[in-house]
Design a protein around this ligand. Structure first.
Ligand code: ADP
Ligand code: MG
Length: 491
């Protein structure tokens, strides 16, 4: 599916001394498949286990051991492909990618080269100035390698094979992104989709999602320039920084009349710059060939259809539904970004006003969670409690101001909102007699202000504030307004 053509947003820092430059970015994301067992062995994928405790004879590449495909990993790759609206290939093959490294005991990585399990798809990004489509080139399954540990001992390196053989999905985008912002939005969206699908936990800190970032620069409208690939960037913030640093480096070279050399680079977050890892001449020749130990991967369309039926509602569909139910596109985007957030909102909004629920969930609850560094799973306030507060506002039992106080009480002390309102006398005064009395008292005590408001009706606000204050914020503001106007003779 081709990406929508669009004018490139060229940020100020890309203006260049001799005219504007445009960034071109394509990402190769490695996502660890959520699965209890590895891609070709039954060993556990558990994180944080003692070194070399999750290693089967297959993962250690003992002679004569044969890989056996883990069907759940294949199903996860297909689910992901479906979530990316991609073509699912009913027949795909495994190849050996040959190289030597101490953490790769087989001497090759089993990957999919010529015929990947998933073909072209698309990821839609909601950017500030509209939607953008980023094309997916392919998704293939491959094994992860082990881990070399160089800093445990001054004279030795160690190898931990726990990761060896863990299933990865490599998701390759087309070179459709034009700024660091778009690349960050792409990885964020991709991670959201994977989490909704339950096919990868997206935990970048554990290395379960990492990106190789391809960057080139060109004059707008010209063909693509030579790219450099920045390997293994493991946070969204660093992806943005690496792209900007690399783009500036390439622009400087080109503005000085130089040419970009295609190479693999690394991003150093401490220095904020990329440095060369290996040039194209030093690039590996992996001598890919079909793995003779594995039959082609084949399944039927009805198998794929069955998996499609089991997919959850994905973020784009959820967002569209929220907007249809009356939420603003912005609120809908905020809510669907994390499935747990959307689920919490849906519990609150059930049988309640959607817009009002969204306001309270986003502005009050998420705002507060953010401030305390908590995610919604750790919220001290349940959806039921927040819903209870909203019900009290909707029924006129409490004013908006009291609702904020009540939010604070429920947040810090817990408890049932309706009961708290009773116990602490927070109920809104809708008794017109009581409000009238409060209004009379304020008018009687402030003859000078009464003179002012007759000349300048906008001074009414002062009276409203004074009455609200004298009733402890519990008077119904609409009633206060109306009674004041009547008594002061303002129309
Ligand atoms: P290779 O076959 O060398 O791996 P690919 O064509 O598969 O190269 O591209 C690898 C990644 O690089 C893809 O994500 C793609 O979008 C990206 N890419 C390709 N050409 C460019 C370019 N000129 N500038 C930036 N990224 C690019
Ligand atoms: Mg490639």
């Amino acid at each position: 599916m081709p990406a929508t053509p669009r004018p490139a947003p060229v940020s100020a820092r890309l203006q260049g001394a001799t005219g504007p430059w445009e960034l071109v970015i394509g990402l190769e994301v490695h996502a660890q498949v959520a699965s209890n067992a590895k891609l070709f062995s039954g060993a556990s994928t558990g994180f944080g286990a003692p070194p070399n405790s999750h290693v089967s004879l297959v993962d250690a590449a003992m002679p004569g051991m044969l890989p056996v495909i883990n069907k759940e990993c294949v199903a996860q790759a297909i689910r992901t492909g479906l979530g990316l609206k991609a073509q699912i290939n009913l027949m795909s093959t495994f190849d050996r990618k040959n190289y030597f490294y101490p953490d790769l005991p087989q001497g090759y990585q089993i990957s999919q080269f010529k015929q990947p399990v998933v073909g072209e798809g698309v990821v839609v990004l909601d950017m500030a100035d509209g939607e953008i489509e980023v094309g997916i080139e392919r998704l293939h399954l491959e094994q992860d390698a082990g881990k070399s540990l160089h800093d445990q001992h001054p004279d030795y390196s160690y190898v931990d094979l726990n990761r060896s053989g863990v299933a990865l999905m490599e998701i390759v985008s087309k070179p459709d992104m034009r700024s660091a912002e778009e690349a960050k939005a792409y990885v964020t969206k991709l991670r959201t989709i994977l989490r909704y699908l339950g096919t990868c936990d997206g935990d970048m800190e554990k290395g379960n999602l990492r990106a190789d970032v391809n960057v080139s620069v060109r004059r707008p409208g010209e063909p693509f320039g030579t790219r450099c690939e920045i390997k293994n960037v493991n946070s969204i913030r660093f992806i943005g920084q690496a792209i900007e640093a690399e783009a500036r480096r390439q622009i400087d070279i080109k503005e000085d009349g130089g040419a970009i050399v295609q190479e693999t680079r690394l991003y150093d977050p401490n220095k904020g710059e990329t440095r060369s890892m290996r040039s194209k001449e030093e690039a590996h020749d992996y001598r890919y060939f079909p793995d003779p130990d594995l039959l082609p991967l084949e399944f039927t369309q009805s198998y794929v259809d069955g998996l499609a039926k089991g997919l959850p509602e994905l973020p784009d569909a959820k967002r569209a539904r929220f907007i249809k139910d009356g939420l603003s596109p912005y609120d809908a985007s905020v809510l669907v970004a994390e499935k747990a957030n959307a689920d919490f909102f849906e519990l609150v909004a059930k049988d309640r006003d959607g817009k009002m629920s969204a306001n309270w969930v986003i502005n009050e609850l998420f705002g507060r969670l953010n401030k305390e560094g908590l995610d919604v799973g750790a919220s001290p306030m349940s959806a039921k409690q927040l819903g209870g507060i909203i019900d009290l506002i909707a029924s006129g039992s409490i004013s908006g101001k009291i609702a904020k106080d009540l939010f604070e009480i429920v947040w810090t002390e817990g408890g049932d909102p309706a009961r708290l309102v009773e116990e602490r006398g927070l109920k809104q005064v809708t008794d017109l007699g009581a409000i009238e009395k409060a209004v009379d008292d304020i008018i009687a005590a402030n003859p000078d202000k009464v003179e002012q408001v007759k000349l300048k009706p906008t001074a009414l606000g002062w009276f409203v504030g004074a009455v609200m204050k004298s009733t402890g914020g519990k008077a119904n503001p609409a009633a206060v307004n109306e009674i004041l106007k009547k008594k002061l003779g303002i129309v």
